[in-house]
Write a protein that binds this ligand. Structure first.
Ligand code: ZN
Length: 284
């Protein structure tokens, strides 16, 4: 006769678990997850969350590793919840940082589904929307292009596939995406980027390289092809779930498409930076 894998007492003939114990275990897991989510969302005090979850875990036979995974999942879901209807507020960001400290979570753990990166990106977008230049981005090593003296790097994407549209078509998605005003900037919610991934069959792959956004230009650098485009020369950005398209103002210019995995951040970044650069030109 085996023992119950949860309470370790005899489980009965041909059984490895008591039904009540399994139910308690499942309920405990769900409770821990929802408590973490709720605490982050409702800005309640985070102090004591560790003690509470530890106790809940003990009562429902949830081990330490599983508890930790549930906390990470709660963090991930809270980030998704927040970005679905707006940018992360200062307070939401502070709560996430507190949770990170409370459970001594590593950035690698939090970034398993990209949640940590999203928090950093949301911070950058909030700064830009407030008319400030973000200082979160540090590049190690040298850049594959030369910036002007008065421009600043805001973000750099690696391993970006660059495509040119084979045939000139109308610019799609010009007004797509649900935007909301955030301070001086604009924000397109994560939900606006589901569907319509880049249809690469109509596009020709030209090169793979680095795509960078500065305060003045979009740069692309690769062994095959490198160029930079001032924001003022771009008439439209097209949002895709896995990248971004842009159209230059020249009549002959083919639409250019960059595939980099996540369209939400790059589109918000491009829209706010082009707005930012237009505003700073007016002020200068
Ligand atoms: Zn049991």
């Amino acid at each position: 006769m085996g023992n119950c894998r949860h309470c370790l007492n005899p489980a009965g003939f041909l059984r490895s678990v008591h039904r009540e114990c399994q139910e308690k275990h499942n309920a405990g897991r769900a409770e821990i997850l929802s408590l973490v989510r709720k605490t982050l969302k409702e800005h309640s005090a985070l102090a004591g969350l560790r003690a509470t979850t530890t106790q809940m875990a003990a009562e429902s036979f949830v081990d330490a590793a599983s508890t930790r995974a549930l906390v990470v999942e709660g963090y991930t879901q809270a980030v998704e919840d927040a970005l679905a209807d707006g940018l992360l507020s200062d307070e939401e960001e502070d709560n996430l940082v507190l949770l990170e400290g409370e459970f001594s979570l590593t950035q690698t753990e939090l970034d398993q589904k990209g949640a940590y990166t999203k928090v950093v990106q949301a911070h950058v977008l909030r700064e830009l929307a407030n008319g400030k230049l973000p200082d979160k981005f540090n590049v190690t090593g040298s850049l594959p292009f030369n910036m002007q003296r008065d421009e600043k790097l805001v973000w750099l994407f690696q391993q970006v596939s660059y495509y040119e549209q084979k045939t000139r078509r109308h610019i799609e998605g010009r007004s797509s995406g649900v935007s909301i005003r955030v301070a001086r900037g604009v924000y397109y919610r994560t939900g606006a980027f589901r569907g319509h991934p880049v249809e690469t069959t109509v596009n020709e792959h030209i090169a793979t390289g680095v795509l960078a956004f500065t305060t003045k230009h979009v740069y692309f650098a690769s062994p095959q092809k490198s160029f930079r485009i001032p924001y003022a020369k771009i008439v439209a950005f097209t949002p895709y779930s896995d990248g971004i398209g842009l159209q230059r103002d020249a009549m002959t210019a083919k639409p250019q498409v960059f595939v980099l995995g996540d369209g939400w951040f790059v589109y918000n970044l491009a829209m706010n930076l082009s707005q930012f650069s237009a505003q700073s030109q007016i002020h200068n």
